[in-house]
Design a protein around this ligand. Structure first.
Ligand code: SAH
Ligand code: SF4
Length: 489
């Protein structure tokens, strides 16, 4: 049993042998009954409230917001993007970096205007930021316009919390310290008709020393494979063509289940569902990415040849301080192994610059690794201290200005490498899935290649949701540009 002491939840001890708790379906059905009761109440008052759900952060949050919209729809709400028109505003927050928190708090503060103009407006905050006790406290004290606050573990009982907030006298704060549960059968109002998120597991057990996620999202827990496969089948039958499996570390999938089943097995089962679709996933922790996973990806036709494999740093000293569980050498070996199975592999990563104590030599190791791997694209971040995490207590002699210089150097390298990779596609014809519309009149469509590269496309709007061939005519650091053609790739 690994234990991790933290001040975040009042020196709570985290028990990695935590047992997976799946809530009985009746608990969700009871929530749906409450949602109908709320809808009846609105109807009796002769109004159809408009709701706005604003989402910050990762794909898991996007997916959670679809659950919130699903419940709101059951409560009889319509939807709007206009905060002055909204009767209910739900802000789904992120805690991964301070910058996100500042933006969220700034935007909540700005809602004072809308609340003044519309005093009956109900403002709710949910998600990772408010699961941190110091943040819940701050909202309680300094943001009285916020009437309802709930953490990720409480989302399944959103109707009950809404009813309390609508009918009770007191503000509602539901940010308990549980490790979380697995829920099935909640309503969901999906954002599009081509691409779909599919959560396969929740939480994280890795406790990377800089990261707040394990504290706010609880311990790793997997959904049962039969639930996941039947949800995937329903998505394919409903016409979705691009399914992304979500988890903080999908490579841990199945460890808490009552049977021998790993992530590669799950990928194979989903890819056997009849119909044409692309199967993606994120995120993969490098320490747990196996040869079996790479082989399965190569063998299963529907699996995109794309891995997001966050390296975080190229320095062994910093990787150790981050508690990442691999070295630069073992990471590079995994990359080589993955490429040996999938020579066309699209590889993306996350990197943190300026972890406490990072020296110029450590940073050079990161730059060297980036050049060696040649990532297709990179998400780069300046280290942000998070309350209660071990790294936040480490001494840090590097100034913000020095970190910024390193960050800019890394970004230059990242942009140059992706630009070169993209330029190499010009002149080729690729199969792409047309997945949406663009504001750009010259390229009215967006599409993705099998490996997940963005292609701005000239073509017919009626092709949205289909696979077409695109001749690549141009490229930038971020994307490819092309036109729909008839011939085979
Ligand atoms: N579970 C995923 C992603 C978690 S958060 C994974 O392990 O890959 C997404 C990214 O945010 C991380 O990969 C990391 O690069 C970055 N990040 C997390 N905590 C951070 C912090 N305190 N400061 C800066 N970046 C951070
Ligand atoms: Fe955070 Fe590390 Fe877990 Fe990713 S694997 S969510 S970076 S603790």
């Amino acid at each position: 049993m690994i234990q991790c002491e933290t001040t975040l939840k009042k020196e709570r001890t985290y028990d990695m042998s935590y047992e997976r708790i799946e809530l009985p379906r009746e608990r969700i059905e009871a929530q749906e009954a409450i949602a109908r009761r709320v809808a009846a109440r609105f109807q009796a008052e002769g109004k159809q409230p408009l709701a706005l759900v604003d989402t910050y952060g990762c794909q898991q949050n996007e997916s959670d917001s679809e659950r919130i919209r699903g419940y709101l729809a059951e409560m009889g709400c319509g939807f709007t993007d206009d905060e002055f028109a909204a009767d209910i505003i739900v802000i789904n927050t992120c805690a991964v970096r301070e910058h996100a928190e500042q933006r969220i708090l700034g935007n909540v503060g700005a809602l004072n205007h809308t609340k003044k103009a519309k005093p009956g407006q109900l403002i709710a905050l949910c998600g990772c930021m408010v699961q941190q006790p110091h943040m819940a406290e701050r909202i309680k004290k300094s943001y009285p316009i916020v009437r309802l606050v709930f953490g990720p573990h409480e989302l399944w009982r959103f109707p009950e919390l809404m009813e309390q907030a609508l009918t009770g006298k007191k503000r509602v704060f539901a940010v308990d310290a549980s490790d979380g549960t697995v829920t099935e059968g909640e309503p969901r109002s999906r954002d599009g008709q081509v691409k779909a998120w599919l959560s396969i597991m929740y939480g994280c057990n890795n406790f990377c020393t800089y990261c707040v996620v394990p504290y706010v999202r609880g311990r790793e827990r997997s959904r049962r494979p039969e639930e996941i496969v039947s949800e995937a089948r329903r998505l394919v039958e409903a016409g979705y063509k691009d399914i992304t499996l979500l988890g903080q570390n999908v490579n841990s999938y199945g460890k808490d289940l009552d049977r021998e089943m790993d992530f590669a097995d799950l990928l194979r089962q989903i890819s056997e569902i009849p119909g044409r679709f692309v199967l993606r996933f994120m995120t993969s922790h490098p320490k747990d990415a196996t040869e079996k996973l790479f082989r399965t990806m190569a063998e299963c036709e529907k699996c995109a040849h794309h891995i997001h494999l966050p390296v975080q740093s190229g320095s062994d000293r910093i990787l150790k301080a981050m508690n990442r569980g691999y070295t630069a050498k073992s990471y590079l070996e995994k990359v080589a192994l993955a490429r040996s199975y999938m020579p066309d592999l699209c590889l993306t990563t996350d990197i943190i610059v300026g972890f406490p104590g990072e020296t110029e030599a450590d940073f050079d190791d990161t730059l060297r690794l980036v050049e060696t791997v040649g990532y297709d694209s990179m998400f780069t971040f300046i280290y942000s201290p998070r309350v209660g995490t071990p790294a936040a207590k480490l001494p840090d002699g590097v100034t913000r200005a020095e970190k910024q210089v390193r960050f800019d150097r890394l970004l230059d390298a990242a942009n140059r490498i992706s630009g070169e990779k993209h330029a190499a596609f010009v002149g080729r014809t690729l199969e792409v899935l047309v997945d949406g519309e663009n504001r750009d009149e010259s390229y009215p469509l967006t599409s993705r290649t099998g490996t997940g590269r963005l292609v701005h496309l000239r073509g017919d709007r009626e092709t949205i949701g289909s696979f077409v061939h695109a001749k690549i005519t141009g490229s930038t650091t971020w994307a490819l540009f092309g036109e729909t053609v008839q011939e085979e790739a």
